[in-house]
Design a protein around this ligand. Structure first.
Ligand SMILES: [Zn+2]
Length: 191
């Protein structure tokens, strides 16, 4: 549930190869050409998971998190130790269910992404310390194009909390206070 560059906007894993009409056309035919109703998705999330599902609360409001409008973290939490998403509310529950966010391949992929992300964050710091800004920039760019960028988002958030050293390498925790990481967070773009 995070928009990695060119990645599926739902799972953050596979490349986004198809366009999902977030609000299904049969429910919202007037949104057929609404730009914000077109989200980049992988075929697994679009065709196997979400299909035409679009659960609503009793009052008719949509339950699925819209990654182009909502901050997924308001409704979901990624548990770094397990690689699983946990719902913070009903919208989180519905989103995990419909997109299958805790399907086995995604959970394993997030688990593997933790040490990989840590290694790249440390390598970036080492490059900066060595004055090699080009390498630091390449590493940052590579981080942003990796699958499971939601793991990096979760690590940046976790780094600000007291138990941070329990869910990631302790030496990574202070590195995530860097403005380049803080500036990625959805909250930092709100005024
Ligand atoms: Zn997907």
């Amino acid at each position: 549930m995070a928009p990695g560059i060119e990645r599926c906007m739902y799972c953050g894993d596979s490349l986004g190869t198809s366009i999902d009409h977030f609000e299904p056309l049969k429910e919202a035919p007037l949104r057929t050409f609404d730009w914000l109703n077109h989200l980049l998705a992988c075929s697994m999330c679009n065709s196997n998971q979400k299909r035409d599902l679009f659960p609503r609360a009793a009052d008719g409001t949509a339950l699925l998190i819209d990654p182009s409008r909502d901050d997924p973290y308001d409704h979901l939490r990624l548990v770094l130790n397990t690689g699983r998403y946990r719902a913070r509310d009903r919208r989180g529950e519905a989103t995990i269910e419909v997109f299958g966010l805790n399907r086995g391949d995604l959970v394993m992929g997030r688990q593997h992404a933790v040490p990989r992300t840590e290694a790249m964050v440390m390598a970036r710091r080492a490059a900066l310390d060595a004055g090699d800004h080009r390498r630091a920039e390449r590493l940052m760019n590579s981080l942003l194009h990796h699958p499971f960028i939601d793991v990096l988002y979760a690590m940046v958030r976790a780094a600000a909390s007291p138990g941070a050293a329990k869910v990631m390498e302790p030496e990574v925790v202070p590195l995530l206070a860097d403005p380049v990481f803080q500036g990625m967070m959805p909250g930092s773009r709100r005024s």
